[in-house]
Design a binder for this molecule. Structure first.
Ligand code: PXP
Length: 251
């Protein structure tokens, strides 16, 4: 397919790490809700947040406020637990992406094993679908996982791109890209919408965006990191101006 004919891949912006900085100091800023608004203005097609069990970044209140303020679809990543399902049914995000979660992990380190957890997932998927929430499963690019995802009757699978992004050689990267391509083809054949994410950055994103049937990418860390650097000069200038601003009466 020539690049001019290529379909547009939707960009889901994950604002978790704006909240990570806020939580590091226990302040009210930076506010992921404000970041989500700016992301939307800049063309984000979707806002993605992961409400983790340990609440290390996004808080329940963020979900509550984002649900009221975000105009594009809101995608809630969460573990397939009873407590999280209760929250999803209370706040009704447009999309729920079910992800595995271990407290000790730095980030989501692997896809959800939908084969091993099929019974629990079938129950969770049914509860969410019952409320018209679009359900996505975050899985590794493996044939058995894709096949089970289709059996679970979800709308979307999000392919875990971590192994591709972490590859240290071109050969290994190529191998993982092939796995992603095969999984994308299989998913499409089975009627699933194809998304991908995890570890994508400004250099490695292009090849994933060009995979067949790719509809959506969810990207967080690289965008928040880049936002810090491209905003640093302006932020320092603003602080310097604040230091030398004439004092207002009463201060
Ligand atoms: N998609 C899913 C399902 C995730 O769990 C994450 C991480 O929260 C992302 C995408 C975004 O990953 P990154 O922050 O590495 O871009």
């Amino acid at each position: 397919m020539s690049s001019s004919l290529q379909h547009r891949v939707r960009l889901g912006v994950n604002v978790d790490h704006v909240a990570t900085i806020r939580q590091a100091r226990g302040t009210r800023y930076p506010d992921p809700v404000f970041a989500a608004q700016l992301a939307e203005q800049a063309g984000a097609d979707q806002i993605t947040i992961h409400l983790r069990e340990d609440r290390r970044h996004i808080q329940e209140r963020d979900l509550q406020v984002l649900r009221k303020t975000v105009q594009v679809p809101l995608n809630l990543e969460m573990a397939a637990t009873a407590a999280m399902v209760e929250l999803a049914l209370r706040y009704l995000p447009d999309i729920v992406t079910l992800v595995p979660e271990r407290r000790e992990e730095q980030t989501t380190e692997g896809g959800l094993d939908v084969v091993a957890n099929a019974a629990n997932l079938a129950n969770v998927v049914a509860q969410l679908r019952n409320k018209d929430i679009v359900v996505s499963l975050f899985i590794d690019p493996e044939a058995s996982q894709v096949a089970m995802a289709a059996q679970l009757q979800v709308h979307t699978i999000e392919l875990h791109t971590g192994d591709y992004c972490n590859a240290r050689s071109q050969a290994v990267q190529h191998h993982h890209l092939t796995q992603l391509r095969l999984a994308a083809l299989q998913s499409h054949d089975l009627g699933l919408q194809v998304a991908a994410g995890h570890g994508l950055d400004y250099r490695n994103v292009g090849a994933v965006a060009r995979l067949p049937h790719m509809a959506e990418l969810n990207i967080g860390h690289a965008i928040v990191a880049q936002a810090l650097l491209v905003g640093m000069e302006r932020a320092v200038r603003q602080m310097s101006e604040a230091m030398h601003k004439p004092m207002e009466l009463g201060h």
